[in-house]
Ligand binder design. Structure first.
Ligand SMILES: N[C@@H](CCC(=O)N[C@@H](CS)C(=O)NCC(=O)O)C(=O)O
Length: 339
């Protein structure tokens, strides 16, 4: 823990200098002309390098939306792939401006690690994958098994907490990366593996025979995945947060990449006029151009479009929206009003 505190202090010092001289991260990113976004480089559906060598995924699209809102250009973003262990240092030292890497918002990360979080962009929970013919159907069935888990994650902590409390004995086998863990599981070196259920679902199609495996129904934790920035720069956190809220609201109001221009011209709904900068003041109060959110929607799409493009029914993952549906559809995605 002491290490985090030291690094936090270094990060705050670095940021403190930037804040005094040029108005904080927003000004720094503008001056640089590029957003540096910490992402996952190997997580299918969320942050991965595709065959063309480009980053793609659900988290990656939020980086692009922030780049559009701040710099007016979806390509003005440098992606920095980070392992679970590396990710917090990269924020603390200012190496990345924002972290969008399937990162769980938790109290110690918000305090001791020295981060600030934006709104949850994916509600997740830890689960388990086992072989379909293993006879394991619930947590009790994990008794005595070798369970693979990735280091530096909340998964590691949840596994110990929850199975410990249930008095289930198991053998944890720790891997540094998800790729190593998944290969080890596929080859039979462990009997089960555990991570966020999003990860179980998106790694499943990468196994040699996906039909030979199943994900248990049990969910043993809450994993609210959210963007993180360095603590202490309120304006920058506001920018990141309100870009996401803008995309949440856009879906709620039926504003899409296809119809956003027309909506800006014709909508008589005051909320929509503020969101799209027709009434400029609200978005400008964030330190952004009035059309920042409109432009982000036009370039990347609303929350639902981002979800569907990366995880929806037309992808190999077909992840049900579940908790990630709009609040008006029984989910938890709830855009805070622009006013
Ligand atoms: N949400 C958890 C887990 C994050 C995590 O690192 N998950 C793994 C499994 S899905 C991952 O992204 N691995 C990708 C990699 O290591 O390349 C956290 O914030 O600690």
């Amino acid at each position: 823990m002491r290490k985090w505190i030291c690094l936090t202090a270094i990060g705050t010092l670095l940021l403190g200098g930037a804040t005094a001289q040029n108005g904080g991260k927003l000004a720094e990113v503008r001056e640089r002309g590029e957003l540096v976004c910490g992402v996952n480089g190997t997580f299918p559906g969320f942050g991965i390098v595709n065959e063309a060598g480009e980053f793609e995924g659900f988290d990656v699209d939020f980086c692009r939306a922030i780049a559009v809102a701040v710099l007016g250009d979806a390509t003005a973003v440098r992606f920095r792939p980070l392992s679970a262990q590396e990710r917090f240092t990269a924020v603390q030292t200012g190496e990345v401006d924002v972290l969008l890497r399937n990162t769980t918002w938790s109290s110690s990360r918000d305090t001791d690690v020295g981060l600030d979080f934006g709104p949850v962009n994916f509600y997740d929970g830890v689960g388990f994958m086992v072989r379909a013919d293993s006879g394991v159907d619930d947590l009790q069935g994990l008794e005595g098994l070798r369970i693979g888990v990735q280091s530096g994650t909340t998964t590691e902590l949840n596994l110990a907490d929850v199975l410990g409390a249930l008095d289930i004995q198991y053998e944890p086998v720790i891997y540094e990366t998800a790729d190593q863990l998944v290969v080890a599981y596929d080859q039979g070196a462990v009997d089960a593996w555990t991570t966020d259920k999003s990860g179980l679902a998106t790694y499943l199609p990468t196994l040699q025979d996906p039909s030979a495996h199943k994900i248990l129904d049990a969910t043993i934790s809450k994993e609210p995945l959210a963007p993180a920035v360095l603590q202490g720069d309120d304006q920058w956190r506001d920018v990141v947060s309100w870009v996401l809220y803008g995309l949440f609201n856009a879906e709620e109001y039926g504003i899409t990449s296809q119809n956003v221009a027309e909506q800006a011209e014709t909508s008589q709904i005051p909320d929509v006029q503020r969101l799209l900068g027709v009434e400029p003041e609200t978005v400008e109060q964030l330190g952004l151009e009035a059309t920042a959110i409109r432009d982000a929607i036009a370039a990347v799409g609303n929350y639902g479009e981002i979800y569907n493009r990366n995880l929806g029914p037309d992808t190999q993952f077909n992840l049900p929206r579940g908790l990630n549906a709009q609040w008006s559809d029984g989910g938890l995605i709830y855009g805070i009003p622009f006013r």
